[in-house]
Design a protein around this ligand. Structure first.
Ligand code: NDP
Length: 434
């Protein structure tokens, strides 16, 4: 805390992680000897830079950009770019720290990184987005390369922004290196299935959780927070498997549709028109809109999927969910549950899928996109989806096994932490003190 003042999200992520490490350090004294934990909590580097751009009124605006290259033990730095006014060094560091272990869990050869800016894309014109994004990449490109650091999307950064970044990268660096970014359009090197991957992966993880108690998703009342990339494709796969998704949200409020969310309508409002989720009830008058996004966890459900942002599900929400009989909670977003909420849910016997494992599908398919780019070929949607499903099953199995091996039976928070940590830590020892 003294070394990293004013970074509460980073402290939270590290604390959650360290809670799982005690028995690992007892059984493997070599990790202490090589100061693995001390080295892991210190990123390789964090760059911060000015992003000047000109808005539609001709005024000069200045934002701050970040890239944290956290750990490259297993491969090139890999992790998304977030455009959101709350972005600061502490948030980028928490995301980069988590990303290192998530990426290790996928079994793919990728290290951990993360980046972003405090730029707020809401209400900006397409040209403003392009000018900002080009300025951002003009500085960021100094640190990137297909074998060095490979960003992707995150909150506020989708296929459009990745396209503008890729265009600017090529313009500055010359040549054509599609492997420098993932989440690209399928027209120019993107992978089929990447858009859907995080949401689909989260549902595949829920299937594994439920199967451990002989249960299925079919017919289960499900609540999914957010209505962005992760939420939409989590809802899509859940509905495909027969779940009744009754609520979703955006940062202003949530909707409840007892007949089941009309996903095509949500996609139209949020993806095509860039509108607010409140508009849903205009076309579906039997549904209801409630201001304030946090209230979504008061909607009774059996499956709860926080897929919006960090710390959106707190202890009060966890109590509400548990007393309403929730069976499983899986984190589609990064660190959406507070530490206290996680402890409460685990203590209540709720099946819990931590972010590192439950939302690893996105980065797993990003790694598959890098592999396809290197081979200069593209796999079918079915091929990518099959590989995604297999990777998520492996992550689940490895997390369960690690939890059992270190005395955390049924606690996949600890299991995922330990399984990811051991991969990185063992490889760090082999690479010497660097
Ligand atoms: P998007 O920008 O596509 O969507 C974010 C959604 O969350 C929007 O609907 C936004 O609403 C909503 N939101 C933001 N803050 C709140 C809040 N406080 N309460 C309720 N809703 C809120 O982002 P993604 O879907 O890509 O990312 C969501 C989460 O998933 C993040 O934590 C991200 O790090 C994580 N993640 C994403 C991956 C990916 O592949 N995209 C991979 C792994 C993790 P509004 O429209 O009002 O802003």
């Amino acid at each position: 805390v003294r070394r990293n003042p004013q970074e509460p999200e980073f402290h939270q992520a590290v604390q959650e992680f360290l809670e799982s490490m005690e028995p690992v350090l007892v059984r493997h004294p070599e990790y202490r000897k090589h100061a693995i934990l001390e080295r892991l909590v210190e990123p390789d580097r964090l760059v911060s830079f000015r992003v000047p751009w000109v808005d539609d009124q001709g005024r000069v605006q200045v934002n701050r950009g970040f890239r944290v290259q956290f750990n490259s033990t297993l491969g090139p730095y890999k992790g998304g770019i977030r455009f959101h006014p709350t972005v600061n060094a502490g948030i980028i560091k928490f995301l980069g720290f988590e990303q290192t272990f998530k990426n290790a869990l996928t079994g793919q050869p990728i290290g951990g990184g993360k980046g972003g800016s405090d730029f707020d894309p809401k209400g900006k014109s397409d040209l403003e987005i392009m000018r900002f994004t080009q300025s951002f990449m003009t500085e960021l490109q100094k640190y990137l390369g297909p074998d060095v650091d490979v960003p992707a999307g995150d909150i506020g950064v989708g296929a459009r922004e990745i396209g503008y970044m890729f265009g600017q990268y090529k313009r500055i660096r010359g040549g054509n290196e599609p492997g420098v970014l993932t989440g690209k359009g399928v027209q120019y090197g993107g992978s089929l299935g990447r858009t859907e991957a995080t949401g689909y992966g989260c549902i595949y993880f829920v299937q594994e959780l439920l199967a451990s108690r002989g249960l299925e998703l079919d017919g289960r009342r499900t609540v999914v927070s957010g209505s962005g990339n992760v939420s939409i494709y989590a809802m899509q796969k859940a509905q495909e498997l027969g779940a009744l998704v009754v609520a979703c949200s955006d940062s202003a409020g949530y909707i409840v549709d007892p007949r089941g969310i009309d996903l095509e309508l949500v996609k139209r409002i949020k993806l095509s028109e860039g509108g607010r989720i409140s508009e849903y009830v205009r076309e579906r008058p039997h549904a209801s809109y409630h201001a304030g996004s946090g209230g979504i966890w008061s909607v009774p459900c059996e499956i709860a999927l926080p897929c919006a942002t960090q710390n959106e599900l707190d202890a009060a929400a966890a109590r509400q969910l548990a007393s309403a009989g929730v069976i499983a909670v899986a984190e589609g977003a990064n660190m959406p549950c507070t530490l206290e909420a996680v402890h409460l849910l685990l203590a209540a016997g709720v099946l819990f899928g931590p972010a590192k494992a439950a939302n690893a599908g996105g980065v797993a398919v990003s790694a598959l996109e890098m592999a396809q780019n290197s081979m200069r070929l593209s796999w079918s949607f079915e091929e990518v989806d099959r590989r995604l499903h297999a990777i998520i099953r492996d992550i689940y199995r490895n997390s369960v096994d690690a939890a059992e091996a270190y005395g955390f039976q049924g606690n996949l928070v600890a299991g995922a932490n330990i399984a990811g940590f051991r991969k990185v830590a063992d490889a760090m020892i082999l690479q010497g003190v660097v």
